[in-house]
Write a protein that binds this ligand. Sequence first.
Ligand SMILES: NC(=O)C1=CN([C@@H]2O[C@H](COP(=O)(O)OP(=O)(O)OC[C@H]3O[C@@H](n4cnc5c(N)ncnc54)[C@H](OP(=O)(O)O)[C@@H]3O)[C@@H](O)[C@H]2O)C=CC1
Ligand SMILES: O=C1O[C@H](COP(=O)(O)O)[C@@H](O)[C@H](O)[C@H]1O
Length: 517
Amino acid sequence: MADNQNVEALQTPGTAFFIFGATGDLAHRKLYPAIYSLYREGKIAEDFAVIGVARRPRTPEQFRSDLRESITEFCRYKIKDEEEWNRFAEHFEYKSLDINNLDGYVELKQHTEALEQKFNIPGNRLFYLALAPELFSSVSLNLKKGGMLDSEGWHRLVIEKPFGYDLPSAEKLNAELNEVFKEEEIYRIDHYLGKEMVQNIEVIRFANAFFEPLWNNKHISNVQITLSETVGVEERGGYYDHAGALRDMGQNHMLQMLTMIAMEPPSRLLAEDIRDEKVKVLRSLRHYNTNEEVGENVVRAQYTGGEKGGKKLPGYREEDKVDPNSNTETYFAARLFVDNFRWAGVPFYIRTGKRLPVKTTEVVVEFKNMPNNVYLGQKHSLEPNLLVIRVNPMEGIYIKINAKNPGTESEIKPTAMEFCQSCLVGINSPEAYERLLHDAANGDSTYFTRWDEVATAWSFIDKIAKAWKEGTPKLETYPAGTWGPQATHDLLAKDGFRWWPVNGQEEDNVIWLKPAE
Ligand SMILES: NC(=O)C1=CN([C@@H]2O[C@H](COP(=O)(O)OP(=O)(O)OC[C@H]3O[C@@H](n4cnc5c(N)ncnc54)[C@H](OP(=O)(O)O)[C@@H]3O)[C@@H](O)[C@H]2O)C=CC1
Ligand SMILES: O=C1O[C@H](COP(=O)(O)O)[C@@H](O)[C@H](O)[C@H]1O
C-alpha cells in the first residue's frame, strides 16, 4: 500500500522510463531517489519499468545495488523493508549501450518489449537524457532509427539543461530534436520550476487579494532575486569552466524565476496559457545592446581562495579541471528591466554565485515607501515593506511591516511575520525532480520550458556574453565565502537601494513573529 492514501487521481499511466546516463551523477543523486519516492507515494503503480542506459558494463545485480545505494543516500524516504525493495527493484534493468551505436537500439527495443509485456505497459515511453548535451541529438535520431518510437502509446523526450550554449547552438539542437520529436513531446527541464516555492509564486500572487492589486510599478520599488551557493564547482569543473554562472544559472533558473514574478495572470491555469505569459515577460526584457550598457548593468566575478570556519577554500583557478588562467565567472549580478506597463521603471536585481556565505534562494519584493507618511521625518526610521519568498533550502514566505514596538510609547519597529512552510511540513516536501518526472509522465508541461522561452532567454543572454567576451565589464574577484565584489553593492546603491540580507540575517532591529511552537 502506498504511503499516500489519496493516490488514484495522481497515478501515472503505465510507462517505460529510459534513463540515458544511468551511471551518472544526476541519475544517482536525483532521478532514482525521485522514482522511489513516486513509487512509495503510489504515484507510480506496478505498471512501470526503468531501463538504465550507459556505456559501462553493469550486471543486473550491480545496477540494482547502485540503485539501492543512491536511494539510501539521497532519497527522502528510507527503504521500507526487503519485500517492498525487491518488488520495486524488479522493475529496473540496465542496458550497456554507446548511444552512437545504432545496433544497440535494436537490442534495446527487444529488451523493452519484453519488459512492457511483463509489467503490462501499453507502449508509453519516456526518454530522459541525463547526458552531456552534445549527445542529445544523436540519441533522439537513433531512437527513431532503432525503432524505439514505433510502439503504441506516447513518446516523450525529457531533456536536461543546458539547452545549447547560445542562441545559434540552441536553434541547431532544437531543429535536430524536431526532426524526431514534436515540440509538445519535448520536456525541457529547468529543475527550479519543479521547486515547491517557485510553483507557489503563482498561488501567492494570484490567490491573494493582499498582493495582486499591489503587484506593479505604483507600489513596488524593486525586486531582488538571489541564488547563492556555498559549494564551488565540485566535480563539474570541466563543464562549468565552459559555461560560467551566466549560462549555468542565469539563462535558465534566474530568468525563469523572474518570469514567475513578473508575468501577467494567465487566462487559464493551463500549460500553454502560463507559458504564453512567461514568454511575454522575456520578450519585454530590456536588452543591453552595447558594451557600455552591459558595463552599467551587469557585474561578473570569480572567486579567489578564502577561508570558512577555519578551513581553507581553494580559488576557482585551482579547482580540478579548471584552466589555471580561466576568466570564467563564478558570480554574476545584473539590473534588469521588464519594459511593459506593469513594470516600467522597476529594477529587477538578480545575483548568483558559487562559494558565497550561505546556500539560499530567495526573492525579495520591496514595496515603495508610504507617501506623506506622518511618521516620516520624526525620530522613526521606517523601513519599506517587504515580501520575501524563500525557495531553498527553507521554504516559506515572510512579510515585513512597520508596527509599534509592544510596550513602548510610540517606537516603530520593522516586524517580520513568517509563514515557514518547511517548519510545518518538514523537509519532506517533494523534490523538484519528483514533480517533474511525474508531470512529464502525465503529459503536463506547465513547469517545463517551451522552445520560445529558451530562445528568447538566449537572445537576451547572448548580448551580455558578447560584451564579456570583449572584456566589458572587467572580471572582478571575490574571496571564497564572501558576498561577491563591491560592484554588486554599487549596482543597487546607485538607485538608492541595497541588497536585503538573505534569511533575514543580520537584521537586529527586526521583531520576528514566528508561528507558535
Ligand atoms: N549533476 C547535476 O547535478 C546536474 C546535471 N545536469 C545535466 O544533466 C546531464 C548529466 O549530468 P551528470 O549526471 O552530472 O553527468 P555525468 O558525467 O555524471 O554522467 C554522464 C552519463 O552519461 C553516460 N555517457 C557518456 N557518454 C555516453 C555514451 N557515448 N553513450 C552512453 N552513455 C554515455 C555516462 O556513462 P558511461 O560513462 O558509463 O557511459 C554517464 O552515465 C548534463 O546535461 C548536465 O548538464 C543538470 C543539472 C544538474
Ligand atoms: O542547475 C544547476 O543548479 C545547481 C543548484 O541547484 P539547487 O537546486 O541546489 O539550488 C547548481 O549547483 C548547478 O551548478 C547548476 O548546474
